[in-house]
Ligand binder design. Structure first.
Ligand code: PLP
Length: 382
């Protein structure tokens, strides 16, 4: 065959995809598989969002729209940030596109982006696709941000520091002091501070989410990325947004105008309805998730060491005590799937080997069944 670009050869196969594909094949053969691997809670998209989207379709909102987003949605999103106007908002195809575009816009070839490890699968690949280099910095034993290590990792090539709190995969919610310290480093070193806040509403009372924007001495250097995906159970709508200085929004808009153009027009009306919906519904879902978190964490801690888990809907369990000689957590995850019929994502996917990521987005009965199987599997020596 004719060759592919080197660019795509360096993008590694996702561990997540491998587990999903295998789980699907097993299900197709009739195996009962419980998935604790998914990146979304099992709640339905709320009805007001569906109705508004259907209405937008009936109203003919089916054409190209402004690249940066529907004006009403941008204004409504800007109102969520003190002193912001619509020119500080860009609507994107999920937080995923927002981040991809950001690395393209901020990084030249050979630049560095500092990010705490473990981290979400796509960060490192997206940074590399921009020709830049991810610089992974360890978090502490509780998966908390370590500002000293971040300060030491800054070099003349550093373009950005990327933080994600509440965190995927660890569920850690970073403390305000550490966030402020990192914001001060970014400001002092004149590097961008990207805050991936895709899970900002998912905290359960242990520790509040503090937006880093309000802590920075140089707020125009802070780029906040958020998403409707998890907050409103709209993963398939593909709507996220960037809140940043107008110059950042303009550069991103220029890129987006040549890549995707505007985000699906009628979907944006669903997003607008989400923001105007009674927040009590989402609050109830958060209460349900808190209950699931407490249940899952109790069951997980009976088997593994688990730090973090203050937010998002993940537990990053240390399984190293259960690994046989030469066995990796990726091997263990495959054995869990094959022998126990439970799908989890191995820590390797997140630069955190020795762990597995357990998602508690499913209902309590399913969690109970899954952990009973994991316990049995471990007893029998996976
Ligand atoms: N950022 C983090 C940390 C995530 O976990 C995800 C999804 O799993 C995303 C961004 C992307 O979300 P979306 O593109 O659906 O908005």
């Amino acid at each position: 065959d004719p060759p592919f670009a080197q660019r795509i050869a360096q993008v590694s196969e996702s561990h997540t995809t491998r587990i999903f594909t295998r789980a699907q094949q097993m299900r197709a053969r009739g195996r009962d598989i419980i998935s604790l691997a998914v990146g979304e809670p099992d709640f339905d998209t709320p009805a007001p969002i569906l109705h508004a989207t259907a209405r937008a379709l009936a109203d003919g909102r089916t054409r190209y729209g402004p690249v940066a987003g529907e004006p009403g949605l941008r204004e409504r999103l800007a109102a969520g940030f003190e002193g912001f106007s619509a020119d500080r908002i860009l609507v994107t195809n999920g937080a995923k596109q927002a981040l991809f575009s950001l690395f393209q816009v901020l990084c030249d070839s050979g630049d560095e982006v500092i990010l705490p490890r473990p981290c979400w699968v796509s960060f490192t690949e997206q940074i590399q696709l921009a020709g830049a280099r991810p610089v992974l910095v360890d978090t502490d034993a509780g998966f908390q941000l370590d500002p000293d290590r971040i300060a030491k990792a800054v070099t003349p090539r550093t373009r950005a520091i990327l933080i994600n709190s509440p965190n995927n995969p660890t569920g850690a919610v970073y403390g305000a002091d550490a966030l402020a310290a990192v914001a001060a480093i970014a400001a002092e070193q004149r590097v961008w501070l990207i805050a991936d806040e895709a899970y900002h509403v998912f905290t359960y009372g242990d520790r509040p989410h503090v937006p880093v924007l309000g802590l920075s001495p140089a707020p125009d250097g802070v780029i906040t990325v958020r998403s409707f995906s998890k907050q409103f159970n709209m993963t398939g709508f593909r709507i996220g947004y960037v809140a940043a200085a107008p110059s950042v929004i303009q550069a991103l808009t220029r890129l987006q105008s040549h890549t995707t153009g505007n985000v699906c027009t009628f979907a944006q009306y669903g997003a607008l309805a989400a923001l105007e919906m009674d927040p009590a519904l989402i609050d109830r879902r958060r209460v349900a998730l808190r209950r699931r978190r407490d249940l899952a964490l109790g069951l997980a801690r009976a088997l593994f060491t688990c730090a973090g888990a203050q937010g998002a809907f993940y537990i990053f369990a240390d399984v190293s005590a259960h690994l046989r000689a030469g066995q990796s957590s990726a091997d263990l995850a495959l054995r869990l799937l094959d022998a126990a019929g439970v799908a989890v994502v191995p820590g390797e996917a997140f630069h955190g080997p020795g762990h597995i990521r357990i998602s508690y987005g499913c209902d309590s009965a399913t969690l109970g069944r899954a952990f009973a199987r994991i316990k049995e599997g471990i007893k029998e020596g996976l």
